[in-house]
Structure formats: C-alpha cells, structure tokens
Design a protein around this ligand. Structure first.
Ligand code: HEM
Length: 410
C-alpha cells in the first residue's frame, strides 16, 4: 500500500487556501509523486491519475453506501451515519449513494423518463436563456453569476419537472440547503439547514406526485407517475427523494459550468473568437470547460472485493476517492493538459464520473452549458471582467468549484 503522509483529502478543500486559489498547485505534485495515495486521517485512497481513476469508476463491483466501508473510512461513513432510523434506505437517500439492486431498480425508470424529457426540452431551455439575457441591462456592470448562471439551471430543471409555476427562490434555497449533505465537514448549524431543506422539499414533492396522479400534465413528474402505473417498481417516497436529487444535482453544478466557462472565455479571447466564428464548436467548448475547470472535484467508491489500483493493493471495504479534477489534467492522457483549447481533440474527461453511477443529468447539463455560453457571447461578444486582475471569489463548499460572484461589463 502506498502510504503518503502528505496525501490529505482535507488539503483538497477550501480549508487549504493554496487549493482554493489554484487546486492544480496541490494536485499536480500529488499526481506526479503518487497517483494512488492513502490518507489515513480521512480513511480513503486518493486517486489522482487518469488511468487509475477511470479504472475505479468503471468498476461496477463497488459500493456507494458508506455503511459498507471499513471503520477507518471515517469520512465516507460519516455521510452514511445520518439516515433516519427505521426508514428503508431507498426511501431515505437518492440513487447517488444507493447500491444494486435498489440503484438499478430506481435509476432505470428515472433515466428513461428523464432522457426522453431532455430530448424535447431544447426550446424551453432556449426560452429560459433568452429571458435571462433580455433581463440584463448591458449599459451597467453586472454580476454574471446572480443574473445569468444561477437562474438558468433552476428554471430549466423546474420546467422539466413541471414545477416552474411555483416559487423558484424557495427551490434555490432548499437546493443549496440539501447540497450541504455532500459536505462532510459541515457544522451542526449547517446540518440543521440541510434537514429543514430536505423536509421542505419532501413535503413539496409528495404533494406534487399526488397532484399529478389526480391531474396528469406534460412533465417529468407525470411521466414517472405513469411509469409507476405501468408497473415500474418505485414507490412515492423513493420517487420524491430522487426528484429532489434531480433538482439539487442540476442547480449548483450547472451554474458553475456556465460561470467557469464564461470566465475561461473572457480570459482566453482567442477561444471566444473561435466559438463566435464557428458556433458548432459549442459542444466541444463545454467538454473542454468540464475538463479544464469542472464543477466537481471528487467522487467516491467503496471496494467490494480485494483489488489493485495503479500497483496499490486495495482491500474489500476500503474507500477510494477519485479526484476528477486531477485526472482531467493528467499529462499522460492530455497533450497541453494545462491549456484551455476548445477545439483540441482530447480523450473524454471524467467530470461526470463513470460506470453505473455516471451523472444522470449530463445530457441536460451539456445542453444548458452549450446554449448558455454560445448565446451569452453572441449577445455580448465583447463581454469582459470588470477587474480581470482581481482574485476570483470562489465559493467555499468543499469539492465544488464555482464563483460566488463574477462582475462583468458588456
Ligand atoms: C456540469 C454539471 C454536472 C456535473 C459536473 C455533475 C457531476 C456529477 C458527478 C461527478 C456525479 C457522480 C458520478 C459517479 O460517482 O460516478 C453525478 C451524479 C449525479 N448527478 Fe450530476 N453533474 C452535473 C449536472 C447534473 C444535473 C443537471 C443533474 C440533474 C438534472 C444531475 C443529477 C445527478 C444525479 C441524480 C446523480 C446520481 C447518479 C447515480 O448515482 O446513479 N447532475 N453528477
């Protein structure tokens, strides 16, 4: 086993100012020194090499339920320990941390209905983006995050779910509360916010499910209720928790995809000009943003069997953290890995994870990212940061990378 006293998951969070400022100043030496290292404090392997991370993610004989991890895997076990007593696991947590057979049973119908909705949602997403652009006064400097990157994903997912007539500010607030569940270092106060938000969303979605059963409509909730009626094995409590996962999973991440992408295009005017000259590069642009500055740092697995990763022996029940951000800049896979080049031919990035848990929202995130970035720069080709020299204000939520604020001038 590769024990590296310098490998620390906590050092890969904003608690480490060097990481917050430039994650790659920390990830690069770690990947070069030891692409599979062990962090004793957090009780996890830390995998920073692309080939090794890819192998972990592709391995379908792994678990996500933290309760299956060894006692030493304190960080991943901490997330599992907070389930309400007496509630079946599949009714208390989303597919994100569920294992088979429940994971496959629930993900199958959800994915079928969700992908079908994404296929037809382009005009709706375009309307959401156009409305956000129309609301901007280009004569004044404005915060691109608040005015553009934040509202687009919440409006888009609400439209798909069929809850866009309701109070979206509540959704955004509850969604940010629930996302605290992914922060293993959260305070007791943050846990209280998390629980309040989760309870509010559960009450809300249970009511919506009942309503669609009585009055079906043209939306994802109605599609899921119809699939239940046709025999899909997913009960209302399971459906509600996974609708919450779609709402939450789709918000902050896609906001950050758009924000990080807009910032890179302003920092790299040659790449912006390539996009404007050739709008068909929008899909390649989004893949490069995801690779170069993706919204999520890590995903985790628990080994089901004894195995080997990058020459390290890993036992059943040990936790493994794949550092997507490090893998995506591995020079063994990518030429010019440290450069943002939207038309480079590159191996697929790992920003959506992989294997059976690969991000279910990826097709929607891609669509929103492509349309939002292209339309933004088509509308405001000269968009620039008000102070390009100022230190970016990154958010402090561990394992997510996005901007608090991005002041721009059209
Ligand atoms: C750029 C935006 C996004 C990024 C970078 C992202 C990233 C990820 C990652 C890394 C995972 C874990 C995959 C793994 O462990 O292998 C994941 C899972 C998931 N994501 Fe996303 N995501 C994004 C957008 C979305 C959207 C738009 C939605 C919903 C509409 C969503 C919903 C989910 C759900 C429900 C899961 C759990 C899937 C499972 O475990 O089966 N995500 N995402």
């Amino acid at each position: 086993m590769s024990d590296d006293p310098r490998a620390s998951l906590i050092a890969l969070t904003p608690m480490n100012p060097a990481y917050q400022y430039d994650p790659h100043s920390v990830l690069r030496p770690l990947r070069e020194r030891c692409p599979v290292a062990h962090d004793h404090q957090a009780g996890t392997f830390i995998v920073t090499g692309y080939a090794e991370a890819h192998r972990v993610l592709a391995n379908r004989r792994t678990y996500r339920d933290g309760a299956k991890a060894e006692a030493a895997a304190v960080l991943i076990r901490r997330q599992a320990a907070q389930l309400p007593p007496g509630v079946p696991r599949a009714e208390a947590v989303s597919i994100l941390v569920l294992d088979d057979p429940d994971h496959a049973r629930i993900r199958r119908p959800l994915q079928r209905a969700f992908y079908a909705r994404v296929k037809i949602c382009r005009p709706r997403v375009e309307r959401v983006i156009d409305a956000a652009l129309d609301a901007i006064d280009p004569a004044q400097p404005f915060d691109l995050m608040a005015r553009y990157c934040v509202p687009i994903p919440v409006h888009a997912i609400a439209a798909i779910l069929g809850v866009d007539g309701d109070n979206l500010d509540d959704f955004r607030e509850w969604s940010e509360g629930v996302i605290l569940g992914l922060n293993p270092f959260r305070s007791p106060e943050q846990t209280a916010v998390l629980e309040r938000s989760r309870a509010a969303l559960q009450v809300y979605f249970r009511a919506q499910i009942a309503e669609r059963r009585a009055n079906p409509s043209d939306d994802l909730i109605s599609d899921m209720v119809a699939l239940q009626a046709e025999g899909a094995e997913i009960n209302d409590a399971e459906l509600a928790i996974n609708l919450i996962a779609l709402l939450v999973g789709g918000n902050l991440t896609t906001t950050d995809l758009i924000g990080n992408g807009a910032r890179q295009l302003m920092l790299n005017p040659t790449e912006r000009d390539k996009l404007l000259a050739q709008p068909s590069l929008a899909p390649a642009l989004v893949e490069e943003v995801l690779r170069y500055e993706g919204p999520i740092d890590i995903t985790q697995r628990i080994m089901a069997d004894y195995g080997e990763i990058g020459g390290c022996r890993v036992a059943a029940t040990q936790a493994v953290t794949a550092v997507l951000r490090a893998a995506n800049r591995d020079p063994a896979i990518y030429d010019d890995a440290e450069a943002f080049i939207i038309d480079a031919k590159r191996a697929p990035h790992l920003s959506f994870g992989g294997g059976s848990h690969i991000c279910i929202g990826a097709p929607l995130a891609r669509l929103e990212g492509q349309l939002a970035l292209l339309k933004l720069f088509q509308r405001f080709p000269g968009l620039r940061m008000v102070d390009a020299e100022a230190k970016p204000r990154w958010r402090t939520l561990p394992f997510f990378r996005g901007l608090e604020e991005l002041l721009v001038q059209a």
